[in-house]
Design a protein around this ligand. Structure first.
Ligand code: COA
Length: 193
């Protein structure tokens, strides 16, 4: 990373930190005013205190998105698209880096979840894993999904509309519409309705 990129990163971090600690309604209003022009696209949204965002220009937020306390969105080298009324729980992380995370409308994501677009490469034995780069991929979560607390959604996962993902699950593949899936790896135990 060259010097000018480093300086830019520090300036961005200072700008974000100026507003991120402010509590309650004044903080929500300040963050809306300060961050709205930075997103690729957005309308009304609510960002709680301590939220961390990198790569605003690659992030689109639909109407009524709520990013709760200490959650984070990172998309410096990728994309995040959140539909209308997406709720991201406290301390949850969405990383679109080296790929894309696309989430539909009316999606509820519990606390402490991790949604990650890309994996590290690890095929070479002569190079440290951290130096091997990433395998680009994407995560797709369709409309009207409820994801419980402490869920991990791995690169390549596709969760169909109307699904419920139980607390603590690790989703690695495709979950069909309206399924209730639990466990590690997540398996369908029944269907809604
Ligand atoms: C997935 C969930 C919605 C299932 O609710 P349900 O339909 O009432 O399911 P049941 O309680 O009847 O459980 C059915 C089976 O799945 C198991 N199960 C339920 N939730 C599970 C979970 N999260 N992980 C592993 N197994 C689970 C039950 O033990 C039961 O197993 P059994 O048939 O062998 O006895 C619920 O258990 C859950 O995980 N909710 C998320 C809560 C949460 O994280 N809230 C905060 C975020 S907003």
């Amino acid at each position: 990373m060259n010097l000018s990129t480093r300086i830019l990163l520090h300036i961005r971090e200072i700008y974000r930190s100026l507003f991120s600690w402010v509590p309650a309604a004044p903080g929500t209003v300040l963050r809306w005013l300060a961050f709205r022009p930075l997103f690729k696209s957005s309308s009304s949204f609510r960002i709680g205190p301590g939220v961390f965002i990198l790569g605003f220009k690659n992030i689109s937020l639909g109407y009524g998105v709520a990013l709760n306390r200490h959650s984070s969105l990172t998309a410096d080298r990728g994309y995040i698209n959140l539909g209308n009324q997406v709720y991201l729980g406290d301390f949850s992380i969405i990383s679109g880096d080296d790929g894309e995370v696309r989430i539909g409308n009316n999606v509820l994501i519990g606390p402490n979840c991790l949604i990650q677009a890309a994996n590290h490469r690890f095929d070479r034995l002569d190079v440290p894993i951290m130096d091997q780069g990433h395998i680009s991929n994407r995560v797709l979560i369709e409309d009207n999904v409820w994801i419980g607390g402490n869920v991990v959604i791995c690169p390549g996962a596709h969760i169909g509309s109307g699904c419920v993902i139980g607390a603590g699950a690790v989703v690695t593949g495709t979950i069909p519409p309206n399924a209730i899936a639990v466990g590690v790896p997540a398996r369908v135990i029944k269907f809604r309705g």
